[in-house]
Ligand binder design. Structure first.
Ligand code: NAD
Length: 297
């Protein structure tokens, strides 16, 4: 198939690479010259204008930071809704506000174009390995159309409905458990408990969870963890803060009480506010443990 891809960042680039590997023909676009260079190095055909992505595309995938970016790419000047042919399927895989997903979905349908939202879980590791989970929302027919494309990038597609809200619930748990894991490793440091030994215990006990296994914040415990490369992302803390704020809005609108989610939001706001938004989400470890030059007290 001819597939357009917009947004070649930490997630988009490995996802587009998997589509290329599955023999799809790609036309990829990003506003960042560095992202375009990286895509070219990966053998992906890039274009210099958004409008060119629409040409001859059977489907277009967007993987953008936030709702404002998705709205711009879909509804802005030269945006997808105005330029694609009605036979093109639009798939947004970004994590954004439910209302923006609905807005761009309705605008697409009004222009006679099928669109689904399909936020992902699985992180950059899942994106590289092609094992992402797509949490899809949209008409059953459009989801069926998207399945063979999504299956080149992930192993789970579904369930349909409430895609963005389900993703927000997931990331609220990921953030709160990541902070709890950081607290445990910071405490271990204070009492002189070896990080690897703590990992060996927790990874085979009731504290075992995805963030521990993939993002252990102590360096050189888990292969490929951001902690091993001074917390370069991965998943930027600013994007986790965005997701936590989305979850707080959804919880508040629904009258749901999420005290741990609220606290996690405040801790990520503090971490990002101190200039760390570009660090990996697990970099919050450095804030949790503080400066400990004096050793255990
Ligand atoms: P990123 O910042 O690494 O990449 C986003 C890319 O979009 C950048 O290259 C940027 O230049 C590009 N972009 C921004 N505006 C654009 C525009 N108008 N037109 C074209 N390109 C544009 O972000 P990421 O980590 O790849 O995350 C993307 C989305 O996926 C976010 O919504 C995030 O919450 C979600 N997500 C990320 C992860 C992760 O582990 N990184 C996991 C699950 C979901």
């Amino acid at each position: 198939m001819n597939i357009g891809f917009v947004g070649l960042g930490n997630m988009g680039l490995p996802m587009a690479s998997n589509l290329l590997r599955a023999s799809h023909r790609i036309a990829a676009y990003d506003v960042s010259p560095a992202a375009i260079d990286a895509a070219k190095k990966a053998g992906i055909r890039t274009v210099s204008r958004l409008e060119e992505v629409a040409e001859e595309a059977d489907a277009i995938i967007t993987m953008l930071p936030a709702g404002a970016d998705v709205r711009k790419v879909y509804l802005g000047d030269g945006g997808l809704v105005a330029t694609v042919s009605p036979r093109t399927l639009l798939i947004d895989t970004s994590t954004i506000e439910v209302e923006v997903a609905r807005e761009v979905g309705q605008a697409s349908v009004a222009a006679g174009i099928e669109m689904i939202d399909a936020p992902v879980s699985g992180g950059t590791g899942g994106a590289k390995a092609g094992t992402l989970t797509f949490i899809v929302g949209g008409s059953a027919a459009a989801v069926e159309r998207a399945k063979p494309i999504l299956q080149a990038m992930g192993k789970n597609v579904g369930p349909t409905g409430h895609g963005q809200a389900a993703k927000q619930c997931n990331n609220m748990v990921a953030a709160t458990s990541l902070i709890a894991v950081c607290e445990a490793f910071a405490m271990a440091e204070r009492i002189g408990l070896d990080s690897r030994k703590l990992f060996d215990v927790m990874s085979t006990s009731s504290a075992k969870c995805a963030v521990l296994l993939e993002l252990c914040p102590a360096p050189n415990v888990v292969p490929d963890a951001p902690a091993n490369r001074r917390f370069s992302p991965g998943f930027r803390a600013a994007l986790m803060l965005k997701d936590l704020r989305l979850a707080q809005r959804t919880a508040s609108a629904a009258g749901a009480s999420t005290p741990l989610g609220a606290l996690a939001t405040e801790l990520y706001a503090l971490y990002c506010g101190a200039g760390n938004g570009g660090m990996d989400e697990s970099g919050i470890f450095t804030m949790i443990r503080g400066e400990q030059k004096e050793g255990p007290r």
